[in-house]
Design a protein around this ligand. Sequence first.
Ligand code: HEC
Length: 237
Amino acid sequence: MNTLIKSLAGLGLGAALTLTAGTAMASGSGCGTFTNADGVDEHLACSTAPIDFTNKGSLQNGAKIFMNYCAGCHSAKYVRHSRIAKDLEIPPELVEKYLMVTTDQIGDHITAEIDPEIQASWFGAAPPDLSLETRLRGDDWVYTYLLSFYEDPNRPWGANNLVLKNAAMPHVLHNMQEELSQEEFESEVGDLVNFMAWMGEPARHDRQVIGFFVILFLLVLLIPVYLLNKEFWKDVK
Ligand code: HEC
């Protein structure tokens, strides 16, 4: 009996760990350290990214921002435009008209407008592919990074970043930040990161929902299995 419970518990625990692994791995390292005005090193806590795959409006807005502000330099080579249309429920004609900036074939992947190799010689670092960026760094890291640009006249593009010290990336959302209130800006960046999280794992929401019911099923199954085991062994001994 003990072995049975142990193995069932092991199964449940294993599944639960897999479910949370993505978030746990990502949030472990925090959002870096920075030196404050008094010259003391401070730890920067990550802000929580508002991830919600059921909010199609947010994902659609995020896709719009990504294609307009990021795809000039960054590719997302594992993501097809047609998948954006399908999953985000955007009519393909609208994707073709407004979201395809680097190709005219809707089945194509998202490539960067400017060759990243050439950009490496401009910026000192090539802009990485962003398909799996939220999986690599975590949703909260990316969200905090995009909210942490500040003016720094010593940097070639006049901006620096608290999360990624001396980042080679210019503050590309500068105008947006100027035009909007802090709250509105955070909401736009939240939509953008929501979209990036979807790019990293489109099935994430389904996985979590299915995972919940799998665990529930296993727990309910434990009751008849336990009773059956009792029944089988009652005459032995
Ligand atoms: C002008 C070109 C350019 C644009 C536009 C741009 N980036 Fe970047 N980005 C870069 C470069 C260059 C780097 C490399 C920074 C470094 O390693 O110092 C970078 C780095 C990053 C990183 C950190 C990667 C890592 O893990 O170290 C993220 C995240 C990122 N960009 C997101 C975005 C998003 C989101 C947008 C759109 C809002 C965007 N970028 C627009 C050039 C750009």
